[in-house]
Design a protein around this ligand. Structure first.
Ligand SMILES: [Zn+2]
Length: 187
């Protein structure tokens, strides 16, 4: 546990210093800050399953219930590295942001391979999501669906730092405490 938290702490510092360099002109983005990060669903309903041991296995992500067809937002600026159908995860989009990888499962639609690469086909969504695409934080990258192994519409959100899974709830708590502090400074 100590090791896992340690990795997250390192990640917080690394991402916090990387991104402001890119967004230096957005002066409100303070150093070591998650200000620009986005909560991954638009229509939050509830958390239905946390990261950790579950049954006789381990749940490598956070389940966030949201209405079927509601939009999923990219957590942190990066590049779409995978659009695929991944077994229990169903239709999946993976975004890479420096040492972070964020995985979005059970999306609506399906991957389709074209000459331009693999794209997410989700008719009626108005989305254009494809492998290699550069995506800002908060960009819509899919919709909540029921693909893969799921009993109800939710986003399974997985986070990896330097190749190891971390608890997304730890990151969300850090993100919120910084965003709240920023709001207090502005008011
Ligand atoms: Zn899950």
């Amino acid at each position: 546990m100590g090791i896992r938290l340690g990795l997250v702490s390192v990640g917080l510092v690394l991402v916090g210093t990387l991104v402001p360099q890119v967004q230096a002109r957005e002066s409100r983005v303070a150093l070591n800050s998650w200000q620009a990060a986005s909560f991954p669903v638009e229509s939050f309903h509830s958390y239905t399953s946390g990261y950790g041991p579950r049954g006789d296995g381990f749940h490598y992500g956070l389940d966030i219930a949201a209405p079927e067809g509601s939009y999923i937002r990219n957590w942190w600026a990066g590049r779409v590295v995978e659009v695929a159908n991944a077994g229990n995860c169903g239709t999946m989009v993976v975004v890479e942001s420096g040492p972070w990888e964020h995985v979005y499962c059970h999306l609506r639609g399906r991957p389709v391979t074209t000459r331009q690469g693999t794209v997410l086909e989700d008719p009626g969504s108005g989305l254009q999501v494809y492998e290699g695409q550069v995506v800002a934080a908060g960009t819509r990258i899919g919709r909540v669906g029921m693909t893969g192994r799921t009993t109800g519409p939710h986003l399974h959100w997985g986070l990896k730092y330097a190749g190891s899974w971390v608890d997304p709830a730890v990151v969300l708590r850090a993100m919120y405490s910084q965003q709240q502090a920023q709001l207090r400074r502005q008011s």
